[in-house]
Design a protein around this ligand. Structure first.
Ligand SMILES: [Zn+2]
Length: 220
């Protein structure tokens, strides 16, 4: 009855979207009963459906927000004290909370991870990572006071000159992409707003951080 294949009638040449065949929602948040995977009537994707009350539980991408903090021609990076990517460098960033704006969330994450009080200057990049259901919004920001120190999730925080950014020790593809774009913009003297999609290169493992493609790059 429930086939995972869909739309076999349209032979589009583009690669198929990733099939999310598993759900993290194993128990119904409403009544606590186990869920089962099925395609609801009128839908075309597998969903977690409660085996008892029948509610359909949708999983949607999460938004990650963060700051690219500029100070004296340097940028502020934090070395992660938590998994994943323990010990690697990142921009201060994290999941947006319900009740806050993206800019508020980015400021909060910077305060939490780098104890840095920042003023948001402008949006710098939106990066979608469809495979893992994340969308990043990174803001340019500046320190209100020249103070920062590692928060509980950071081993250390430091300002890096652009030529000294530790590209071999960055935590996530999103951070690599953001900092590459920023470097290019600074060197060209024109800092823009960027949008792109980050896709895992076909045939590479999830741990291979640098095997990704940047698609649909738009900048203004
Ligand atoms: Zn239920």
């Amino acid at each position: 009855m429930s086939s995972a294949s869909s739309n076999a009638s349209s032979p589009a040449p583009s690669p198929p979207p990733p099939v999310v065949s598993k759900s993290k929602i194993r128990f119904c948040p409403a009544c606590g009963s186990p869920t089962k995977l099925a395609i609801p009537d009128g839908d075309e994707k597998m969903r977690a459906i409660c085996s008892s009350c029948g509610r359909v539980h949708y999983e949607n991408p999460k938004m990650v927000v963060g700051c690219l903090v500029e100070h004296d021609n340097k940028v502020l990076l934090c070395r992660r004290k938590i998994e994943p990517a323990y010990g690697l460098w990142t921009l201060p960033a994290g999941y947006l909370e319900v009740g806050e704006s993206a800019a508020e969330g980015a400021s909060r994450e910077t305060l939490e991870e780098a104890c840095a009080d920042v003023e948001i200057l402008s949006p710098f990049a939106q990066l979608d990572i469809p495979l893992i259901g994340q969308s990043y919004i990174i803001f340019r920001a500046r320190l209100k006071t020249p103070n920062f120190s590692p928060g509980p999730e950071s081993l250390e925080c430091a300002l890096f000159a652009l030529d000294d950014i530790p590209f071999d020790s960055l935590a996530f593809s999103s951070i690599i992409v953001t900092l590459r774009m920023y470097l290019e913009d600074v060197k060209s003297g024109n800092i823009k707003f960027h949008y792109c999609t980050i896709n895992k290169r076909v045939g590479t493992g999830t741990s291979d951080l640098r095997s990704f493609d940047i698609d649909n790059h738009l900048s203004v």
